[in-house]
Design a protein. Structure first.
Length: 366
């Protein structure tokens, strides 16, 4: 039996899709909230009640509409001539307890509480939870055949990606998708751990919407840190030099076991003195951040799509004065940790590209 089920999706009418569907806010450097009726403003509205009003207005004006029958949805994202082939459907949270759905990141309790409030009040999921599954060349060849027809939506977005969506309605194609999905034994959560935990903690009967990509196509970027510390450079250097060598960075691509640090408007390369099997993000937390931060809560996370210049910009403000840049974690490491039921620190992986917000939505409470 397939872990992924069809559902009645909610999506924009074709003529409105480009106006209301947007990439994640991290793809914008200077986003400001405005009154335009789109999912960017809905998801980033500080008032849940105001955001819900906007969502209801989209439905009332028939800008978005729920499909009359159950569908699987095919979703292709093309970036730099590489395609990610996703299947959108719903999952049963009982499979999380059965260890057929596995996560890899720790979560923040305060964010789970906020997500739970949003989900229950909205009764809508605006973005599918990003997941992956193990595959091979034979299955990939079968998957590619499903994407041969003309898509229902095709648009280029502000994330510089091409997004295409198919609603699978023909019974023959639906059966092909179902047969393909029957081969998937486990699903690994990539992005959406807080939403999953919020749903698990709810007493309502919730079926999350996910998008599942083959693991071979998934791309992970670095997820970096900026923070504020009152420690002087010499004190920071003393703490770090116990486990790392420190020298000026030459701006080369960093390798596993290396971390870049930005302080006093200079980049430094930190190399681990002893080899470790732990991930760089875990090493950074254990050997540096835990000792520098202590009870300081000024830590923030910056996705790799922003680049080094944005890290510098953050670290040169009054709010922050120190930045750390990591090398990306490999998808095989993510899957391996999930299989072992081990967890990476919060905000360890940034998956790129991502589905657009609002291109396909769902009711979450059945």
């Amino acid at each position: 039996m397939s872990l992924i089920k069809p559902f009645n999706g909610i999506r924009p009418q074709k003529q409105f899709v480009k106006k209301v569907s947007f990439p994640n806010i991290n793809y914008f450097n200077n986003y400001k909230q405005n009154k335009k009726l789109n999912f960017l403003n809905i998801l980033n509205n500080r008032s849940i009640s105001e955001a819900k009003k906007m969502l209801l207005k989209l439905e009332k004006k028939k800008i978005i509409k729920q499909d009359n029958s159950e569908h699987f949805y095919l979703y292709r994202i093309t970036h730099n001539k590489k395609a990610l082939l996703g299947i959108v459907g719903k999952i049963n949270l009982e499979n999380y307890d059965d260890k057929k759905i596995l996560g890899h990141e720790k979560t923040f309790s305060i964010r789970i509480k906020k997500r739970k409030e949003q989900l229950i009040k909205f009764n809508s999921q605006i973005t599918p939870i990003y997941t992956t599954y193990k595959t091979n060349k034979l299955y990939l060849a079968k998957l590619k055949k499903l994407f041969r027809s003309k898509p229902d939506y095709s648009l280029k977005s502000k994330d510089k990606c091409k997004h295409e969506l198919w609603a699978v309605s023909r019974s023959k194609l639906k059966k092909l998708v179902q047969n393909y999905l029957n081969k998937i034994r486990k699903i690994y959560i990539c992005d959406g751990h807080h939403r999953i935990q919020a749903m698990l903690k709810s007493r309502k009967k919730i079926a999350p919407m996910i998008i599942a990509f083959p693991h071979e196509q998934v791309n992970i970027l670095d997820y970096n840190r900026v923070l504020k510390t009152n420690l002087k450079f010499e004190k920071i250097k003393k703490i770090i030099s116990k486990n790392f060598s420190i020298k000026k960075s030459k701006n080369n691509t960093i390798k596993k076991g290396e971390i870049e640090m930005y302080l006093n408007k200079k980049w430094f390369l930190l190399k681990l003195l002893k080899k470790s099997k732990e991930l760089d993000v875990t090493i950074l937390k254990k050997l540096i951040l835990n000792k520098i931060l202590k009870n300081n809560n000024s830590l923030n996370f910056v996705s790799g799509i922003k680049g080094k210049k944005v890290l510098e910009k953050y670290a040169n403000t009054k709010k922050y004065n120190l930045a750390f840049k990591l090398s990306p974690t490999d998808i095989s490491q993510v899957i391996s940790l999930a299989e072992k039921r081990k967890f990476m620190p919060q905000k360890s992986t940034w998956f790129h590209p991502k589905p657009l917000d609002g291109i396909i939505c769902s009711r979450i409470i059945s």
